[in-house]
Design a protein around this ligand. Structure first.
Ligand code: ADP
Ligand code: MG
Length: 484
């Protein structure tokens, strides 16, 4: 057993999601992304004396949605608190957040491991708060520039229990959160643009031990992959420290994406006295059961429920189900498709195959896809009824449908002359021609060389230019030969 195998990692993630409301958490300033720097800052965002904050109702709705989707308890009486600290991008000198009464408690996120087993990651809390402004260190040679447009933008912070065991699980956990917030339409989930951020708390301990080790907190990772890399690096670094007889220092560390390493930023103790106290300018927000019920009624079907339905009721594979539920757009399309066909596997193959390839090649979203699910269902029916071959559907009819999405697949198949010949009179005529052409082969066949059936089939196919329905033709060729 290697030294590293003696240890296990203990990981808890703090994820911030930026809520896609139109206005800020405590005032009506716009949250538009990419506006001229410092153009969306009213005196309330800046916390000038005499200004009064007000809670954004949409932000509360979004947080409740997230709470319901993670099976959380929704807190009835929501207080807000001031978290005091000094930083240049926090003009008020405090952040309005939730301390003792996070809006959601006791929820969980289900992740699926590579072996398809499910794991529940419990959530400590989800609370509402506001974002700080943005410091830009690389725009000016001498100074740090500050854009306060982001100050006051609503956030939900999702804090997990320390139940994540490695980088891969962290990746899966983040992917689930992103999928969920996109299904719920409460956050665009874009980590590169900072609308989803993650701090990773990592410690290690000897396997089987029940005590937690000292942790470090890694910040500033701009992709799921980098969170995973940072965790993997920290795991090894901390073990090396312990094995060398050193202690782990409780600290905040940054991540260097180029080197794949973490580095010390500041000691944790320094920044921890936030002197939380109740925000005197905000009334508690009361969330009633009726209110929660109204929001619940409008929740979309969630990815995990869809996944289970596809596997259980449609008998699709785990792989198919996970691809089809990856984005809400694809899932909605597929849902509509299976309301017009009972060939679920065929439907899944079309969506994951020809349709997805087309979207990928053109960098389109499914929302920009012109062919209606009903049309794809008709195309599937044509194949299932042996009216066209799968090859013709994929190579000829589907591309034609992309050009003329308003036309029916049947009409296009006719125009393209790819409808299979199953008219027995027409087929019989071709079969008779072929048989007449090879009298000596007919004798060989009659003498027991049954493999010649394939040769006759091939000739009929050729004569029909590939349009003979193979099933009907096979039957007819046999019957005709047997009668000879
Ligand atoms: P803080 O606000 O100082 O970061 P919290 O108590 O809110 O501290 O914890 C933040 C995160 O750290 C949570 O996700 C929690 O699960 C995780 N965590 C706490 N203790 C440990 C530990 N020993 N090892 C790894 N993660 C931990
Ligand atoms: Mg923290």
């Amino acid at each position: 057993m290697s030294t590293y195998e003696k240890y296990e990692a203990v990981i808890g993630l703090e994820v911030h999601i930026q809520l896609s409301t139109k206005s800020k958490m405590y005032c009506s300033d716009s949250t538009e992304y990419g506006a001229l720097p410092n153009s969306l800052v009213s005196p309330i965002s800046l916390g000038h004396p005499g200004t009064l904050p007000k809670v954004n109702k949409s932000a509360i709705d979004f947080a409740i949605k997230l709470g319901l989707a993670t099976n959380s308890n929704i807190t009835k009486e929501n207080m807000f608190a001031r978290k005091n600290y000094f930083y240049a991008d926090l003009p008020k000198g405090y952040q309005i957040t939730q301390d003792k009464t996070p809006i959601c408690t006791g929820g969980f996120i289900l992740i699926r491991n590579a072996d398809k087993s499910e794991k529940k990651i419990n959530l400590t809390r989800i609370h509402m708060e506001e974002d700080a402004g943005k410091s830009m260190h690389d725009q000016d040679p001498d100074d740090t520039l500050i854009d306060l447009n982001r100050a006051g933008v609503p956030l939900c912070e999702i804090v997990s229990e320390p139940e994540i065991c490695n980088g891969e699980e962290a990746y899966a956990y983040l992917s689930e959160i992103r999928k969920l917030v996109r299904y719920l339409d409460i956050c665009d989930g874009n980590m590169e643009e900072g609308s989803l951020r993650c701090d990773a708390n990592i410690s290690v301990r000897i396997k089987g031990s029940t005590r937690f080790g000292k942790r470090t907190e890694v910040k500033n990772m701009n992709s799921f992959r980098n969170v995973q890399r940072a965790i993997d690096f920290e795991f090894h670094r901390q073990i090396d420290e312990l094995e060398n007889g050193n202690e782990i220092i409780t600290e905040t560390r940054g991540f260097d994406a180029v080197k794949g390493t973490t580095f010390s930023q500041r000691l944790k103790e320094e920044s921890n006295d936030y002197r939380y106290f109740p925000e005197p300018d905000l009334q508690p927000v009361i969330v009633t059961q009726e209110y929660i019920a109204a929001i619940k009624k409008d929740l979309p079907e969630l990815p995990n429920d869809l996944y289970k339905r596809y596997v259980k009721e449609l008998k699709l594979s785990d792989y198919d189900a996970s691809i089809l539920t990856e984005t809400k757009g694809i899932a909605l399309y597929f849902n509509e498709l299976i309301s017009s066909t009972k060939n679920f596997k065929g439907a899944a193959n079309w969506v994951m195959g020809d349709i997805k390839s087309f979207l990928n090649e053109n960098a389109f979203h499914i929302e920009q896809f012109k062919i209606k699910p009903k049309q794809i269902a008709e195309l599937i029916a044509l194949i299932d009824e042996n009216k066209i071959s799968h090859a013709a559907a994929s190579q000829k009819v589907f591309p034609a449908m992309l050009q003329a999405p308003e036309k029916s697949p049947l009409a296009l198949a006719q125009e393209l002359n790819v409808l299979m010949e199953s008219n027995t009179d027409a087929l019989q005529e071709m079969i008779d021609t072929v048989i007449a052409k090879y009298p000596e082969k007919v004798i060989e066949y009659k003498n027991g060389k049954e493999t010649l059936l394939g040769m006759f089939m091939g000739e009929v196919m050729k004569l029909s230019k590939g349009k003979a329905d193979p099933k009907v033709t096979n039957q007819l060729v046999k019957e005709t030969l047997d009668k000879k």
